[in-house]
Design a binder for this molecule. Structure first.
Ligand code: GAP
Length: 441
């Protein structure tokens, strides 16, 4: 695929997102703010569905993981203990000529500006954490940070959760929430932004069992993407080498996806050893070790972390599911989204706006909307209505026609096969429920 074609696909996705209400540029009427995005009516539903799919598989469907929702602002000592104040930096260089700014590790020829060939400054270490002040006084004592990862909220609550939920090791704590990084080079739409949402799980294990659990979670997590319907051939593992490893990890794999702009990370799976709990024990002065009743051993648990990006997953599903088909002298755009993450599960159409068809269609909408997002549409030819739903990934379109009034049946059209089945009204709810259920990995 040529570079031009690749950029066209991204342009098409960005345009579709705005046109249909998945994603908007933040503060657009003021000219926008770099790398910040707002999720529109369809985007917010889809994001909710992705988080639900993650939560169900990481918490609800399991018996060994608890949920948590920790605050974004934390005690500043947390970030000293975690190593983020000293080490969460990227090497920054500026072009002396065009003034463009780069991450030094992303420049092909050291010292030379990739944009204009000008001379680059020496590297400076740039901390990626956003700072702000707590309370009315803006001095050094009042500095707090917007969390750059949700993980630390879990570590500082390790004992709270373990004791409150009366957990024995091994067990995990899962959390979904916002994280902030003052990235030097954000870009590729929502792929790298300065504000994003993470879905992280920290699994606490006995030292010595960590390698086994690491392998277990690697496998579970790739399965999660497979069941999201993402093309298996475009997913792969990438093992971190010594230079790539984060300051807290002894082993790490990324799950990567072949994006149109390169093969990049979707999720990180890390063996964080006892690094985090040891540091928090040292900096807080609180005992964070665990006593194993069965063996009478006391130890600091090792942590296996799975860290996924919600925004990145959503972008991946849009790119991966996008298809253009030439059909009846027209271009049919379809998002083949997995039904469980599609923003609208079913659209209901009266074939015509009379003879009691709208009334029956509304009745169907009212009964389904107690469980799902459904959409009523009576405007334009039914073919156009199908196309509008295909473009936003709605898996099922239900049409009420004259036969419906006689025999209490409707047609259900499948987005992917375009096949229409006729089913009775009392079977609709079960039909949809089976197809859109959140799968278990
Ligand atoms: N707690 C470990 C951690 O934060 P990470 O590899 O830095 O690990 C995990 O981040 C995931 O968070 C990434 O795989 C990605 O999906 C998402 N992520 C990280 N930085 C991001 C950014 N600037 N914009 C969007 N998503 C990001």
């Amino acid at each position: 695929m040529s570079a031009n074609m690749e950029s066209t696909i991204m342009e098409k996705i960005v345009s579709l997102c705005k046109r249909k209400g998945f994603i908007f540029q933040s503060s657009e009427i003021y000219g926008g703010i770099t790398s910040c995005y707002d999720y529109g009516p369809l985007g917010v539903e889809m994001k909710k569905n992705i988080k639900d799919y993650w939560w169900k598989n990481m918490v609800q469907y399991r018996s060994d993981i608890e949920g948590l929702d920790a605050a974004i602002l934390m005690h500043p000592r947390v970030w000293e203990a975690s190593g983020h104040i000293a080490g969460f930096t990227d090497p920054l260089v500026d072009c002396k000529k065009c003034k463009h700014r780069f991450r030094a590790d992303q420049v092909d020829t050291p010292g030379v500006c990739p944009d204009c060939g000008g001379e680059l400054t020496a590297e400076r270490q740039f901390n990626l954490m956003f700072k702000t002040f707590m309370g009315p006084v803006e001095d050094a004592a009042a500095i707090v940070y917007l969390r750059p990862e949700t993980a630390q909220g879990i570590y500082v609550n390790f004992l709270n959760v373990q004791q409150a939920a009366r957990r024995k090791i091994p067990f995990g704590i899962a959390q979904i929430g916002k994280a902030f990084r003052n990235e030097i080079t954000p870009g590729n739409f929502t792929f790298r932004t300065r504000e994003f949402e993470q879905m992280e799980m920290q699994f606490f294990v006995k030292p010595g069992t960590d390698k086994e659990w690491f392998e277990y979670w690697k496998e579970r997590r790739i399965q999660w993407y497979y069941k999201l319907g993402i093309d298996k051939d475009k997913l792969r593992f990438h093992q971190h080498n010594e230079k790539e490893l984060a300051h807290y990890a002894t082993a790490a794999y990324d799950i990567e996806y072949q994006f149109p702009f390169g093969t990049m990370e979707l999720e990180g799976i890390h063996n964080r050893t006892d690094f985090d709990l040891t540091k928090h024990k040292e900096y807080s002065g609180k005992e964070l070790s665990y006593f194993e009743e069965a063996t009478k051993e006391r130890f600091i648990p090792y942590i296996i972390e799975t860290s996924a990006g919600c925004d990145r997953t959503l972008l991946t599903t849009l790119i991966d599911s996008y298809e253009e088909q030439e059909l009846d002298n027209d271009t049919r755009i379809v998002l083949h989204l997995a039904p469980h993450i599609a923003p609208i599960k079913a659209a209901v159409f009266p074939l015509v706006k009379r003879d009691g068809m709208p009334e029956l269609a509304h009745k169907i909408v009212d009964s389904l909307r107690l469980n799902y997002m459904v959409f009523y549409d009576e405007s334009g030819a039914v073919g156009r209505r199908y196309r509008r739903q295909d473009e936003v990934g709605t898996p099922f379109c239900i049409t009420v026609d004259s036969q419906s009034l006689d025999d209490q049946t409707v047609t259900i059209r499948d987005r992917d096969t375009m096949q229409q089945d006729r089913i009775s009204l009392d079977k609709i709810a079960q039909y949809i429920a089976e197809k859109v259920a959140v799968p278990q990995i």
